[in-house]
Design a protein around this ligand. Structure first.
Ligand code: GDP
Length: 294
């Protein structure tokens, strides 16, 4: 099956390649856009609303002087996608209370632990005192990885390699971090269990025990369509408030991320673009859509 990004860049090529946008081309382009988004599992209602509003805006007014009908149509498509992804302004990141607690969830390999370190780095650079907690009792090496990240950043952390009780580790960690008087506590969770049900059960238990201020879902941008299904599965169990999109240094253009945003209603806040702690930036919807459309 074609990826969303392939279909969208073909669509852009079609618009660019047309001599001008006549009625037939307009209909075709809107149909292609619908098809591409539906194939990427974007909600049907949203797809129709989106293409309808592009069509209405296109028909309402002549393109601004000096702008061709092709560029105008492209501009309208860009703008609509940007508004879905969070608009023109940079993602907002605020710690509305102290300590602010973030619960990080996502499947194994998505880059969760690395992203916990990246967020800790980002907030530390802003002058906040950050603490890290590792509750993954399944993946071998998760504790060591988190410990190394925390030591590199010289920040407090809590791990317990001898415990299999993720909720207990989280609560002990919170207690320790409160004593450390940190501004932000980031709790990393397991990304795999015996089965999905077990994983979701554990995450829900941690969520209920720690009542975090924000749940951040980590999504691997190379995952494509599967990402949206995963996002939905997590969102059914705990309310996803925002997204950390990883591996944007890959060739992937993030079609799965668009579908995940639509499915969960959560906005992307951070983007990871490499294996190092410093490879993190705030999400920029404009940049994302430019890349998505190629
Ligand atoms: P977890 O199982 O979700 O905790 O995943 P890890 O944090 O262990 O990351 C899995 C792999 O992805 C590791 O090899 C990381 O170095 C790598 N990784 C994480 N984030 C990024 C990223 O933004 N870009 C690249 N290229 N690799 C990443």
């Amino acid at each position: 099956m074609k990826d969303l990004t392939d279909s969208l860049s073909k669509l852009v090529d079609k618009i660019r390649g047309a001599s001008h946008i006549d009625e037939e081309t307009l209909k075709e382009v809107l149909k292609d856009l619908q098809r591409a988004l539906l194939k990427a599992d974007v909600d049907v209602k949203l797809v129709y609303e989106l293409t309808k509003s592009i069509e209405e805006e296109y028909r309402k007014e002549e393109p601004p002087s000096g702008i061709s009908s092709k560029d105008y149509l492209l501009y309208l498509i860009y703008n609509k996608l940007i508004s879905i992804m969070g608009g023109e302004t940079e993602a907002k990141v605020e710690l509305t209370k102290r300590p602010y607690v973030i619960l990080l969830v996502g499947t194994e390999g998505s880059g969760k632990t690395t992203s916990a370190g990246k967020m800790a780095y980002w907030f530390s650079r802003k002058g906040y005192r950050v603490g890290l907690i590792e509750t993954d009792t399944v993946r071998p090496g998760a504790h060591d990885q988190l410990r190394q990240l925390a030591e590199k950043l010289n920040i407090p952390f809590h791990v317990d390699p001898n415990s299999k009780d993720a909720v207990d580790i989280a609560l002990k960690g919170l207690e320790k971090m409160r004593k450390e008087k940190v501004d932000l506590i980031i709790i990393d969770t397991a990304g795999r269990h015996r089965n999905e049900e077990e994983l979701m059960k554990e995450i829900k238990e941690i969520y209920n025990a720690v009542t975090p201020d924000e749940v951040v879902l980590v999504i691997d941008s190379t995952m494509g369509k599967q990402a949206a299904a995963q996002a939905e599965a997590f969102n059914r169990n705990v309310p996803i408030n925002s997204i950390f999109l990883t591996k944007m240094d890959s060739t992937s253009r993030g079609g799965g991320a668009l579908a995940s945003v639509v499915r969960t209603g959560a906005k992307i806040k951070f983007v990871g673009s490499g294996e190092y702690l410093e490879d993190v930036e705030l999400f920029n919807a404009k940049k994302f859509v430019q890349r998505l459309l190629g």
